[in-house]
Design a protein around this ligand. Structure first.
Ligand SMILES: Cc1cc2nc3c(=O)[nH]c(=O)nc-3n(C[C@H](O)[C@H](O)[C@H](O)COP(=O)(O)OP(=O)(O)OC[C@H]3O[C@@H](n4cnc5c(N)ncnc54)[C@H](O)[C@@H]3O)c2cc1C
Length: 374
């Protein structure tokens, strides 16, 4: 039987592998891709989709179409557990087991809801990106009748981008502008360079977004935010942008993991115990140097993963992943406003957003177009 490559998730670190899937199938390897949706959304453009700058089809990759066009098999489902000895992946909610010789994991991260007090219909998370579409619909629906309160919890990039883009959404749609409150913990954007914090804060305040730094959120329910200091705030719709954790597949499977639960990989992006298991993006713990959970690293890992998966199937030498230096981060704060930052250099304005828009559109176009050229 021909050797089988199995990909869990068609995320940002698998883009080059997916684009070159034909190179695997042409060499006689079987390729299977498991993903819970037929599409993979480019998260960097997610807040822009919430604000109405982009349509859903502009910011997603047609994973199923791409896999099938290149001779692979697409399985709609969620990988639940990996058995590294039997070389099988089990799917959630089915009896199906999928065999592999070489496995690559790019299942991303999720926002844990455990400490939020449960699942509530009016509480959304920024991941999966599809949640932003549901939230957008609900905001417009609720804002038809009255001025609503929207709470955004967190003060990382996704929280500030979501707050700014809710403002853009309501402005563009002519909806009653909600009272937007951003719960920024004890210190807004702590850990970020002071200049970036100042620039982002200034833009959000100019839009009328209230920034609270009274303490961490202890609990959320469908209509209230509870702070650690005992204060409570009513909310009609809440975004919990409280930071992500790697997929739980690896902990569940007894594979070596890092402190955060991510698949522990060496410099070849290879499991530190199983030589035929690889991974990239938010779901890994890069043992040599823990990496921020940003798409930039997933994108940089692409060529290494592509090379190493093919090399592993063909018993050839692997290449090392070098994370590279500081990365550029541009915040899309809605209404064409952006903040660009790298090292201690930062500036704000329409140009910053235009640069982000150009980079993001170019990235997505490259991989979307590749689908039509098997
Ligand atoms: C709103 C928002 C904005 C952001 N903006 C930026 C930005 O501008 N720049 C930047 O560098 N970073 C940004 N980030 C961070 C960035 O999104 C992540 O670092 C990036 O998505 C990681 O890519 P990934 O492919 O590892 O994971 P993901 O993008 O989460 O992709 C994982 C894929 O795996 C699939 N999957 C999940 N579970 C399973 C399973 N059990 N079985 C099979 N498949 C599965 C998912 O459907 C998805 O297709 C942003 C994040 C958010 C939430």
């Amino acid at each position: 039987m021909k050797k089988q490559l199995l990909l869990i998730g068609g995320g940002h670190a698998h883009m080059v592998t997916l684009a070159n899937l034909g190179n695997f199938t042409d060499k006689g390897f079987g390729v299977t891709v498991i993903q819970p949706s037929e599409y993979h959304y480019y998260s960097g453009m997610g807040p822009g989709m919430l604000g109405g700058t982009y349509q859903p089809e502009e910011i997603r990759f047609a994973t199923r179409r791409q896999v099938e066009a290149k001779g692979g098999r697409f399985v709609l489902g969620k990988a639940y557990r990996i058995d590294p000895h039997k070389r099988l992946v089990y799917l959630e909610g089915t009896e199906e087991e999928i065999p592999f010789d070489v496995l690559s994991c790019n299942a991303g991260s999720y926002v844990p809801r455990d400490n939020m007090g449960g699942h509530f219909p009016n509480v959304f998370t920024p991941k999966p990106i599809e949640e932003l579409l549901l939230a957008k619909k609900m905001i417009l629906e609720l804002a038809k009748a009255r001025q609503i309160r929207v709470a955004v919890i967190g003060s990382g990039p996704s929280a500030v981008e979501i707050a700014g883009n809710i403002h853009q959404l309501c402005l563009r749609q002519g909806a009653t502008m909600p009272q937007i409150q951003l719960f920024g913990g004890r210190s807004f954007m702590s850990g970020r360079p002071p200049r970036i914090r100042r620039l982002v804060k200034k833009i959000l305040l100019l839009k009328g977004i209230e920034i609270l730094e009274a303490g961490h959120v202890r609990r959320i329910d469908n209509e209230r935010i509870y702070l650690e200091n005992g204060q409570e705030y009513p909310s009609d719709l809440t975004f919990a942008a409280v930071g992500v954790k790697p997929s739980q597949i690896f902990a569940r499977s007894g594979l070596p993991i890092g402190q955060d639960g991510g698949l522990q990989v060496n410099e070849y992006l290879q499991s530190i115990r199983y030589q035929n298991i690889f991974g990239g993006g938010d779901c890994i713990h890069f043992a040599a140097e823990p990496l921020d959970k940003v798409g930039v690293y997933a994108v940089r890992q692409n060529p290494v993963l592509y090379h190493n998966l093919l090399a592993c199937l063909e018993d050839r030498p692997l290449v090392k992943f070098v994370p590279g230096g500081k990365y550029l981060l541009i915040y899309n704060l809605g209404d064409g406003d952006g903040v660009l930052g790298k090292w201690s250099f930062a500036f704000a304005g329409k140009l910053a957003f235009s640069i982000k828009d150009w980079i993001d559109r170019r990235f997505i176009k490259t991989f979307q177009e590749n689908i039509d050229t098997p």
